[in-house]
Design a protein around this ligand. Structure first.
Ligand SMILES: CN(C)C(=N)NCCC[C@H](N)C(=O)O
Length: 270
């Protein structure tokens, strides 16, 4: 009999994909010559917002700006823990202007924003996980940014090295299920980082390459429901065996930019 899991209501910040497009290539998923169906992307994004609201979560929006096609990926804008906001410094020049509207949103909603000095892509690489923050590096966020985040939050930051360019942000290879456990794709990590994950999470849910390629690890969990790509079928079964409730949400259009459910979702933890 699987354990019965308890959901905790969340506060999410999202950005409508009004200007979503693939105009440049900054990760292996992006091919600017491949057309994007903006109206399908919008419907898919609305289905995510609807799924969050139906499950009792609060969803707020930041106004999208023209010329910023990746602004829909709200997770990259910051990391928020205990109401403290650690902003972003994007690796790609094309994404750097996104910080301005996000910082303005946080300020307008009563938050101060700490600006990192090193490249740091928000919750894409800094993943709060109960007593610590798991932090990816290798492609985007730097180890210097991990140190800055630890100083700022006063929470242990555990560095993990990513090695496969298809899993260029930590949130493509791992997600937090609840305060105690995570799901991840081991081959996305260096051997030493894999060992760290095995020590921290001996009971983790492991994903196959197929599930990882379907963006199954770019999921959002509220402790009970897991909002997950419908392509990650085996992972969904493994989660259900552990008592989680998979809620499939198809964001296939966003995969063309290298993003999925978690990328579109900034969690405001206060
Ligand atoms: C799950 N991921 C990767 C995210 N958290 N964000 C998606 C960013 C996509 C954007 N084209 C880029 O390459 O930056």
């Amino acid at each position: 009999m699987p354990e019965s899991r308890v959901a905790r209501p969340r506060r999410f910040l999202v950005c409508e994909p009004r200007f979503f497009a693939v105009r440049y290539a900054i990760n292996p998923w992006m091919r600017p010559e491949q057309p994007v169906d903006v109206s399908l992307a919008r419907r898919q994004w609305l289905s995510l917002v609807d799924a969050y609201r139906r499950h009792g979560h609060t969803v707020e929006t930041v106004e999208p700006l023209p010329g910023l096609p990746d602004m829909v990926f709200a997770a990259n804008a910051a990391v928020v823990v205990d109401g403290r906001v650690f902003g972003s410094r994007f690796h790609a020049p094309e994404r750097r202007p996104e910080s301005v509207p996000y910082v303005a949103w946080f300020k307008a909603h009563g938050f101060d924003v700490q600006h990192p000095e090193s490249v740091c892509e928000g919750e894409g690489d800094l993943v709060p996980a109960g007593r610590w923050i798991l932090a990816g590096t290798g492609f985007r966020t730097t180890p210097e940014a991990h140190r800055e985040a630890q100083e700022f939050f006063g929470v242990p930051v555990i560095g993990l090295t990513l090695v496969d360019p298809y899993f260029y942000h930590l949130d493509t290879a791992l997600f937090v299920l609840d305060e105690e456990n995570v799901a991840y794709y081991p081959e996305a990590f260096s051997p030493g980082s894999r060992e760290v994950l095995e020590r921290l999470y001996p009971d983790a849910v492991l994903a196959t390459r197929e599930d990882a390629r379907a963006f199954g690890l770019n999921s959002v969990s509220d402790g009970r429901h897991v909002f997950i790509s419908p392509g990650a079928t085996e992972l969904a079964d493994r989660l259900a065996d552990r008592g989680y409730v998979p809620v499939p949400v198809d964001l296939s259009e966003f995969r063309k930019a290298g993003g999925g459910i978690k990328c579109c979702t900034q969690e405001i933890r206060s």
